[in-house]
Design a protein around this ligand. Structure first.
Ligand SMILES: Cc1cc2nc3c(=O)[nH]c(=O)nc-3n(C[C@H](O)[C@H](O)[C@H](O)COP(=O)(O)OP(=O)(O)OC[C@H]3O[C@@H](n4cnc5c(N)ncnc54)[C@H](O)[C@@H]3O)c2cc1C
Length: 453
């Protein structure tokens, strides 16, 4: 390790001195900062990691890094707003991420899934156990809580827009982050970066991580008259049909004092407003007299990016593409991937004492993530292709959902994020029942192509 004074070495310079310099990189010759061996010890300083994006992925990553002894910077361009989101999380997230119960607006205990012909199946009233529910939160509340906790753990929170990254030409030079606070341009040098900046990730672009297909989700927040809101107290509804989406589902989710009514599609993004009219038509009597208080739209990634780690940069959450097909769920996977990536860096750097490499990120984060979740993502992808492709298939889906066993297995997998252990006899019955529904709806034979993973 080359000896250098703090000013020669940007990574040894206290952050307070670095951030006040404007309109030019605040480090003198950052590339002279040197790390000469594969995993050199970082004498006199800790590993310095920037997390870009303060959503569930970024805050969880920053908390894990800071708790593990890493010098951590968490960039969030817009701390007072929140991205459009339904806000439903699996029950296991409450314990696993120690989410205080008072942050939860609603505990959904009833779900309805409604077919194109308006066949309605109650999902949950019999199959949820007494202590079980789907917690619903406002993202502004959840995100702000997780960010504050990362700060308490020692992460430095920087309310700033990251504009671009300078990628080092050697494995020993720092990354330079260019960012803007109140129209003032600043820079920061770091050893490694976690890109948690969502579906339109600039970090992903900077490292040429490749593109993914996105769905577009559109939703309106509607304040309902009290009697109408009463109906949605603890109830979430999912609608399927060509009128509301050609390849996804539409929803009515209860929020704190209003409902979110929305839909999504991958294959017909230009028609999203048509499908939004479709779902509002279907629920017109239930939302009559309601007042639209917010309209929002946002992309949802459909699959992981071709590259999720390059050099000493790792992508997590939506930036990596961790949203499940079929359900469009991403909050838990964002927080989990952020935490796993943060912990991986802590482990590989020996608590921030030594430099990390691309191989470390791939071994400790990517491989572990794929081992844990790849089959879940593939299974939900398969379900989406089988059941969301046509109105006949959607009728079959709703029919299959009528089985209490199917509901229980679905809740076990969703709420606890573990592959549910089934009962052999019931599994056989479920497969036969599913095949029966598909045959009745004339899917089998015609759409077998969709069954190929
Ligand atoms: C309409 C809709 C409904 C959804 N409903 C649900 C649901 O009910 N349940 C569920 O589990 N999932 C849902 N999802 C998916 C879920 O919202 C995402 O998967 C989740 O937000 C991903 O979290 P993240 O931290 O990876 O990214 P994000 O939540 O997108 O956070 C990224 C953060 O990075 C910040 N940022 C971006 N660029 C920069 C930059 N250059 N500099 C600084 N900061 C930056 C942003 O301001 C943002 O705070 C929904 C998605 C949509 C669109």
């Amino acid at each position: 390790m080359a000896a250098s004074s703090p000013l020669q070495n940007p990574l040894k310079t206290p952050f307070s001195q670095l951030s006040i310099q404007k309109h030019k990189p605040c480090f003198v010759k950052p590339r002279r900062l040197s790390v000469t061996a594969n995993h050199p010890r970082l004498y006199g300083r800790k590993l310095r990691v920037a997390v870009i994006g303060g959503g569930p992925a970024g805050s969880s990553a920053a908390e894990a890094l800071a708790s593990g002894g890493i010098e951590t910077f968490l960039f969030e361009r817009s701390p007072s707003t929140a991205k459009p989101c339904g806000g439903a999380i699996p029950l296991c997230m409450v314990d696993e991420f120690s989410i205080p119960l008072h942050l939860i607006d609603r505990h959904v205990t009833k779900m309805k899934i409604i077919s194109p012909s308006n066949l309605t199946v109650d999902f949950g009233s019999k199959s949820l156990r007494a202590h079980e529910s789907i917690p619903m939160l406002r993202r502004e509340v959840l995100d702000s809580f997780l960010r504050t906790r990362a700060g308490t753990a020692g992460a430095r929170i920087i309310p700033s827009l990251v504009t671009h990254l300078e990628i080092p030409s050697s494995s020993s030079s720092p990354y330079i982050i260019h960012h803007t606070i109140n129209n003032s341009r600043q820079t920061l040098a770091v050893d490694a970066i976690i890109g948690a900046d969502g579906a339109n990730s600039r970090v992903a672009k900077s490292i040429k991580a490749g593109d993914y297909t996105c769905a577009i989700a559109f939703q309106e927040r509607i304040k309902l008259p009290d009697d109408k809101m009463e109906y949605y107290q603890n109830l979430a509804e999912m609608y399927v049909g060509d009128d509301v989406s050609p390849d996804f589902y539409a929803w009515v989710f209860p929020k704190c004092d209003h409902v979110a009514v929305g839909t999504g599609t991958v294959c017909a993004k230009q028609d999203i407003k048509l499908y939004q009219r479709g779902i509002k038509q279907r629920v017109q009597n239930k939302i009559k007299g309601g007042k639209v208080i917010k309209v929002e739209a946002h992309p949802i990634p459909e699959h992981p990016r071709p590259i999720r780690v390059r050099g000493r940069v790792a992508l997590v959450g939506d930036a990596a593409g961790y949203v499940t097909k079929c359900s469009g769920e991403g909050i838990y996977f964002a927080a989990k991937s952020g935490r796993m990536c943060g912990e991986a860096i802590v482990k590989a750097s020996d608590g921030g004492e030594s430099m990390i490499s691309e191989d470390d990120l791939k071994r400790e984060y990517l491989m572990e993530w794929d081992k844990k979740y790849v089959s879940t993502f593939r299974f939900l992808d398969l379900l989406q292709r089988v059941f969301y492709g046509s109105d006949e298939a959607r009728e079959a889906l709703v029919e299959v959902c009528g089985s209490e066993y199917v509901q229980r297995m679905t809740f076990d997998s969703y709420l606890y994020k573990k592959l549910a252990k089934g009962d052999r006899l019931e599994d056989v019955k479920m497969v036969l029942g599913t095949l029966g529904s598909l045959m009745r709806c004339k899917i089998i034979g015609r759409d077998m192509e969709a069954l190929k993973l």
